[in-house]
Design a protein around this ligand. Structure first.
Ligand code: ADP
Ligand code: GLC
Length: 476
């Protein structure tokens, strides 16, 4: 079977990225193409994207979309079929996609409701001679799109919402119900009401034909109060419509054989990885006798970065080293700087966002640490697998689904691809790092785990087929 999908999202590689959502939205169209699905991506025309509109065709217009005119332009860009929602009163401004100079944009509810509205309109009626069979909404930013379909006419289109992170729920006060074009009679706990207000994520979850999330384990975790963050009941109530489909990574971009920024190596020539470790050590002014670990991450509570100041000293004393690339919470940035100051030559820190450096780090390091408290999928542990940079991960979400932890059983079977620890606290991480030190000291065992890691499939093939099956089952 084949068909058309409109993907509605707020970020997309290579145009705009704040996290893994953008990687996934940018990768899905190419992943779905071989299995017969033509996916177009609808994004807001943020200021940084408006220069592209000149090369595109206007396919949709509304004179007053939440306070100003709105147009959708369609065209090809960087190998993707893009649709851009140009609504200058909502998106033509200096700043980030969600956050302005003083914090979250105060009109975020309207900004992303507008994106969702345009998505629902195009899904229902088609635009520019193209009509999707499926509307695929991503996260709270597109959550109202399935709701607009449900309440303003579904047409012959089905809808899917993917939850990439339930921590962001798109909350808005109930007074916005009417202004957001949502029906008053649906304002009850079984539909739109959420703790006295509205949540665009919940709206999407109760109205979409299917809910997916980005790993099977996270799909189960979401039904529990520790992870559901208030929405566990909503998702449990629709358990038969919930599907956990693991993300993949772009194995052409993340390839130790073909990465233009590194010294090439492969599963057959792992020793050549050493040249990359030398480059990385120089770049961070490190001189580390044992395993060199990296962190490439948003520096937030979710990612368990606060565990590092307690767990890293023992690792350093045992011969390890650490290079950190990330930005986020100022207190965590300061904690990383403190570690570097305390262990010169052993801990190096770069605060910022640097794609090229991240590639050199995965190529050069021995291990990547992902001590997340929750992780819907996570991409960096998969980059680690691919680059033979052993993932050291907490037992949660997609981390649990992608890494096979070293244990007496997996050692005997020869199947481990990394180190998995639980519980997610400083002691758990310390013990995992102790395991890493011991493994590193045994070069035969290390080489075996590294080979397993590099052979573990992390591409999109399996997941793309799963999305295709889901779309097909919904269309019937
Ligand atoms: P999340 O989306 O929760 O941040 P993911 O692991 O899914 O977590 O995706 C994070 C993405 O952002 C990965 O591609 C990772 O390499 C990248 N990334 C995070 N921080 C940085 C940084 N400081 N520099 C470069 N890339 C980064
Ligand atoms: C979110 C999650 C992350 C996931 C990404 C892409 O940002 O935090 O775990 O990999 O979305 O789905």
């Amino acid at each position: 079977m084949s068909g058309q999908v409109l993907s509605v999202a707020s970020e997309c590689v290579p145009f705009l990225k704040t996290g893994g959502l953008a990687d996934v939205v940018g990768a899905l169209p190419a992943a779905l193409k071989p299995v017969g699905w033509d996916m177009r991506v609808l994004l807001p025309a943020y200021r940084s994207l408006r220069s592209r509109l000149g090369d595109m065709d206007e396919v949709w217009f509304e004179a007053d979309l939440f306070g100003g005119p709105a147009r959708v332009f369609a065209g090809e860009a960087q190998g993707l079929s893009l649709m851009l929602l140009d609504a200058p009163h909502l998106f033509d401004r200096e700043g980030g996609p969600y956050v302005g100079p003083g914090g979250d944009w105060p009109d975020n509810a309207f900004r992303f409701a507008a994106l969702s509205w345009a998505g629902a309109e195009i899904a229902r009626n088609g635009a520019g001679g193209w009509k999707p069979d499926v509307l695929h909404a991503h996260d709270w930013q597109a959550g109202f799109a399935p709701a607009y379909l449900r309440y303003h006419g579904q047409g012959d289109v089905v809808s899917v919402i993917t939850i990439h992170n339930v921590a962001f729920q798109g909350w808005a006060p109930s007074a916005l119900l009417g202004p957001l074009r949502l029906p008053g009679n649906e304002f009850h706990p079984g539909a739109l009401e959420y703790f006295g207000g509205l949540s665009s994520l919940k709206a999407g979850m109760v109205t979409a034909d299917a809910i997916t999330t980005v790993s099977p384990t996270y799909a189960e975790e979401l039904m529990r109060p520790e992870f559901g963050m208030g929405l566990q009941g909503v998702i449990s109530a629709r358990a038969d419509r919930v599907f956990g489909i693991l993300n993949g990574v772009d194995t052409a971009v993340w390839s130790p054989e073909a990465d233009p920024g590194i010294s090439a190596y492969s599963v057959k020539t792992p020793k050549k990885k050493a040249a990359n470790r030398m480059t990385l050590s120089q770049e961070f002014a490190l001189d580390v006798p044992g395993p060199l670990a990296i962190v490439v991450s948003r520096l937030t509570d979710q990612k368990g970065i606060d565990l590092l100041p307690d767990a890293i000293p023992g690792f350093i004393e045992a011969g390890g080293g650490l290079a950190v690339l990330g930005s986020g919470d100022p207190a965590l940035e300061a904690a990383m700087h403190n570690l570097a100051a305390r262990y010169p030559g052993r801990v190096g820190v770069r605060i910022g966002y640097d794609e090229g450096l991240s590639h050199r780090m995965f190529a050069g390091a021995d291990a990547v640490l992902v001590p997340s408290r929750f992780e819907p999928c996570g991409l960096t542990q998969m980059y680690g697998l691919r680059y033979g940079t052993l993932p050291v991960v907490a037992l949660t979400g997609g981390l649990a689904d992608t890494v096979i932890g070293l244990s007496p059983a997996t050692e005997a079977a020869g199947t481990a691809t990394g180190i998995v620890f639980y519980p997610t606290d400083a002691l758990g991480l310390s013990q995992a790092l102790k395991k890493l030190i011991d493994l590193h000291a045994n070069s035969t065992a290390w080489a075996q785990v590294q080979r397993n890691a590099m052979r573990h499939p992390v591409g999109w093939e399996t997941s793309a087929a799963a999305y295709a099956r889901l779309y097909e089952s919904l269309i019937g």
